[in-house]
Ligand binder design. Structure first.
Ligand SMILES: NC(=O)c1ccc[n+]([C@@H]2O[C@H](COP(=O)([O-])OP(=O)(O)OC[C@H]3O[C@@H](n4cnc5c(N)ncnc54)[C@H](OP(=O)(O)O)[C@@H]3O)[C@@H](O)[C@H]2O)c1
Length: 289
């Protein structure tokens, strides 16, 4: 075993390489564009990246929350705010162009903006909610990534390290949850879409990372009245997600305990799944989107 001395500490070769790789990743992951940054996971990711010295593009509809967040972050004046609706694809493309122009490139794009509400197919009025959830959670993920890909490819050709496109899916996308027909369908679509894109971009200098959160403590889950196993604080989620993004993981469930549950759920035959989940609690149909 080869040991290295750094200060008073002795490192094994593996520890030294990991430390070096992580320091290199942190140095390089400097320009980060995050949608859904006004609240919850997006705001926590912004905090974690800004603490590491990143310059951020912060996207959401509520400008005042973005301004408050940006003012509270390290390097407050360097971050750029884009108050827009992610279903407005030309506004997203303009924001991407502005961010690339201002920062000289892009390292990480996190398509995190999302909405959740209970939906039931039998109610005609829920069709519009289905469309809104799919537009925000799925189509807007595509529209968030699209304007960055050409720049990422150019950076890779010029010799930069791999950039990251990060899709925020959900454990709810692994099996269809009763009462969450639109949300489960949207997150299953995010998982499959990100996998397609990952394979498509293999070798192009862009890593596509799919993160599937379990239950994380944010305004989205604070309205739930049912028990949420392994509920995790948003700041802890953000640190783990940032590590997975730096590592270029293809797919990561956070927290890991939910990853085990997700694997078991995948293996469960339909008859057992249907029996176990037929009485599962439902998300409210009247959630404000
Ligand atoms: N919390 C969990 O346990 C959990 C679990 C699995 C997956 N997720 C996923 O994680 C992501 C973040 O959720 P969260 O828990 O942080 O929820 P949250 O606190 O409700 O935050 C959602 C964010 O998305 C933004 N957003 C929603 N619709 C938008 C639109 N049309 N245009 C622009 N921004 C929009 C919101 O900003 P504005 O309202 O200001 O626009 C807000 O910043 C979502 O994709 C969610 O599905 C969360």
């Amino acid at each position: 075993m080869v040991d290295f001395f750094i200060g008073a500490k002795v490192f094994t070769l593996a520890e030294y390489s990991e430390k070096n790789a992580s320091a290199h990743a942190e140095q390089a992951m400097k320009r980060v564009f995050i949608t859904g940054a006004s609240s919850g996971l997006g705001a926590a990711l912004a905090q974690s990246y800004a603490t590491q010295g990143a310059v951020l593009g912060l996207v959401a509809r509520r400008r005042e929350l973005l301004e408050e967040l940006a003012a509270s972050l390290p390097n407050a004046r360097q971050h750029r705010i884009y108050a827009l609706d992610v279903t407005d694809h030309s506004a997203l493309a303009s924001a991407a162009a502005d961010f690339i122009g201002a920062t000289g490139g892009i390292d990480v794009v996190i398509a995190n903006a999302g909405i959740s509400a209970g939906t039931l197919t039998e109610y005609a009025e829920d069709l519009a909610v289905f469309e809104r959830i799919l537009a925000t959670n799925v189509t807007a993920t595509v529209a968030t990534f699209a304007p960055f890909i050409a720049t990422m490819k150019q950076q890779a050709q010029a010799g930069s390290r791999d950039c990251r496109l990060v899709g925020i899916a959900s454990v709810a996308g692994i099996r269809g949850l009763p009462g969450a027909e639109a949300y489960s369908a949207s997150k299953a679509a995010v998982i499959s879409y990100c996998e397609s894109l990952r394979v498509e971009l293999k070798g192009a200098g862009i890593k596509v990372v799919t993160i599937a959160p379990g239950y994380i403590d944010t305004p989205m889950t604070q309205v739930n009245t049912y028990p949420m196993p392994f509920l995790m604080p948003a700041s802890a989620f953000a640190d783990k997600a940032m590590a997975a993004i730096h590592a270029g993981a293809s797919y990561r469930v956070i927290p890991w305990q939910m990853g085990v549950v997700a694997k078991l759920l995948r293996l469960l035959p339909n008859c057992l799944y249907d029996f176990a989940f037929s009485r599962a609690p439902h998300k409210s149909r009247n959630a404000k989107l």
